[in-house]
Design a protein around this ligand. Sequence first.
Ligand code: ADP
Ligand code: MG
Length: 551
Amino acid sequence: MATVDGATLMARSLKAQGADYMFGIVGYPVGGIAAAAQKEGITYIGMRNEQAASYAAQAAGYLTGRTQVCLVVSGPGVIHALAGLANAEQNCWPMLLIGGASPTYQNGMGAFQEERQLERAAPYCKVSRAIEDAKRIPYLVEQVIRTSLNGRPGPVYLDFPDDIISQEVEESDVPASVVVEDPPRPQVDPATVEKALDALESAENPLVILGKGMAWSRAEDEVREFIERTQLPFLNSPMGKGVMPDDHPLSVGAARSTALRESDLVFLMGARFNWIMHFGLPPRFKEGVRVVQLDIEQEEIGHNVPTEVALVGDGKAVVGQLNQALGQRQWFYPAETSWRTTLKEKADANVATVEAMRQDESSPMNYYRAYRDIVEWLPDDAIIIGEGASTMDIGRTQMPNRQPRHRLDAGTYGTMGIGLGFAVAAAVTNPGKPIVSVQGDSAFGFSGMEVETMVRYNLPVKLVVLNNGGIGGGVGPLEKGARVPPSVLTYGAHYEGMVEALGGKGFYVEDPADLRGALEEAMAFDGPAMVNIPISIGAGRKPQQFGWMTT
Ligand code: ADP
Ligand code: MG
């Protein structure tokens, strides 16, 4: 009779469920799980901090469409990874966290790194379960992965005690489990489809907002058909960018504030009326704005603003239904309307406002000047990771996406420190694709040691740091002995030197005339490379009508 241990059963079960990637840090008691995973053909990536590993696992899940794994040690390892569970929950992304745990027979004894992990993880998860017998591993893995993927996706947790990891069981005693199929795609009642189209037809200033729910549901073909048939103006959300190309003629991204404020009917597609969308409320939206809402999650309907027509179903399936129904009615939003003119004029004016900053050749550079070269250099199919304050906000307006699921950023939770973990995940799941991370200096610092991870696995990530020597803004070099303001970081810190020291390539660019060349060299380098750009103190965004976080 053949026996098998818990670690191997875990690795086989994960692999069978399409979990091809595991990000983690080994140590007691999980080393054997990582080794078994490698043996079963799972790509194991050893990271330097559990937080970054937990961010990597969820980005890999979003990018591949299947739940991927983060593996951590007991106690502090699990606690560090809670950051990732919370971020995944907020972003509605799947991930499985496996926490090693002290042996069951030491429960409550004050064991090494003993922690009430199930309870700690539970508030951030769709489900949190303990494995109490190795024979149940395939079943429990199947169940939690099913939960993480289906409906509104989210994180799940499995607690894996030391003695169960090493438990040997008879293979013939292990019940077989089924493979979790890709999530079903629920459709809506055809009458509701007609109601949604009636509402759109009756609107004067309609606007479609495309969120990352549409990216997750791989609805890009259907959305493109819908937008092009209806000729409706659309706006991509920060990570919805690329579901429709940012430079599509119907995109009103360059007139975002005006589009939101003056629309009388918003079609929310896989996006939420949370802080990123200013809650759907005045002054950022029209009083009484009408809402058509498509979401897989019934509980999201009517959030902050009453919904006139609710399409509760899968993004790809429901937009497919809308397209089919459009075939029966020859309606499209007319080419010549005052709404289109308003949006066009505003977009042109916005582009003109930043033109002087884009052309400003002073050193140190302002953000828009730096982005000018970055944008010209960015390959069309690059996966772009953005984080930081001004770096991310301005980057959202300046760097276009033409493909879905090619933009990752601080997201719904506004998390700083996701960048390098996300970049590792993007590189590992997309070999051969350009991966570009544009971060502020503060954002880079949260997980800078992951550069070593990139070097070790030879991941050709290109890191661009827009370095203003501070959280938000800096104040420039300080006098020796001066009190350091809380938001200040070292101005002109040579982060690229860290990259060099670890085995990558680094550039420090002060003169705008040197930027393009440095970016090209970084791209040509076979491995991780950083271009560190000091940004002029006080350089900010173009004047905004609404301050940051205005509702
Ligand atoms: P964004 O930040 O891009 O606006 P959000 O994360 O706020 O996006 O919203 C994404 C929405 O997409 C969530 O409310 C989520 O329930 C929804 N969603 C997730 N999967 C699907 C799907 N398959 N079909 C439709 N909506 C989905
Ligand atoms: Mg900064």
